[in-house]
Design a protein around this ligand. Structure first.
Ligand code: PRP
Ligand code: URA
Length: 209
């Protein structure tokens, strides 16, 4: 079973609290998403493989550890997952970025696919699927299904806020995937929105309604 990491770092808790507040502006919301993605990404990339290489400092030759290759892919679930991309790219600027477009049907809450474009060598990459919200889990499960159908194997999921229902659904469908969460919330309401949550992440990132 994949591991579930819930961050207890004070900086992350503080920034998530700011994102939850109704009065937080679109600009601040977007900046906070980027900052949290960097803080979470720092920990989620802890196991990236290193290799020893020889370099020359101004003083002498020495052996140092550097990342092995450029074999990372970041895959945001559109739209709201885009809010995490810049923060992750700040950490791993050479990562490739794939996109999976899904929206939830407002009545059934089932994910509907409208786009999928992944790096052609996705099967060889360590993949970070990013989306701020894990509510029913339907979108994350479907996105990871698409990625696996196209050869993706080594997959980590990162989100801002998760409901227990979403964590359970994702673990059941994809037990090989580790899940990084900034905050675990209480439950879903009758419209499958997370409580207390932060509302509609896509709308808050882009100022739509
Ligand atoms: C939101 C969110 C997730 C999904 C989570 O996207 O960004 O993708 O809902 O819900 P689930 O776990 O129940 O599937 P939404 O469908 O609102 O689309 P958007 O990002 O385009 O606004
Ligand atoms: N999608 C969101 O944007 N927010 C929720 O609370 C649930 C799904």
């Amino acid at each position: 079973m994949g591991k579930v990491y819930v961050f207890d770092h004070p900086l992350i808790q503080h920034k998530v609290a700011l994102m939850r507040k109704t009065e937080t502006s679109v600009k601040d919301f977007r900046e906070l998403a980027k900052e949290i993605a960097m803080l979470m990404g720092f920990e989620a990339t802890r196991n990236l493989p290193l290799e020893e290489v020889e370099i020359e400092t101004p003083m002498q030759k020495t052996k140092v550890n550097m990342l092995q290759g450029e074999d990372i892919a970041i895959v945001p679930i559109l739209r709201a997952g885009l809010g995490f991309v810049d923060g992750m790219l700040a950490l791993v600027p050479n990562a490739k970025v794939g996109h999976v477009g899904l929206y939830r049907d407002p009545k059934t809450h089932e994910p509907v696919e409208y786009y999928c474009k992944l790096p052609t060598d996705i099967d060889k990459r360590q993949i970070f699927v990013v989306d701020p919200m894990l509510a029913t889990g339907g979108s994350a499960v479907a996105a990871i299904d698409f990625i696996k159908q196209r050869g993706g194997k080594d997959i980590t999921f990162m989100c801002l806020i998760a409901a227990p229902e979403g964590i359970e659904a994702l673990q059941e469908a994809h037990p090989d995937v580790d899940i990084y969460i900034a905050a675990k919330d209480e439950c879903l309401n009758e419209n499958a929105y997370i409580l207390p949550g932060l509302g509609d992440a896509g709308d808050r990132l882009y100022g739509t309604r």
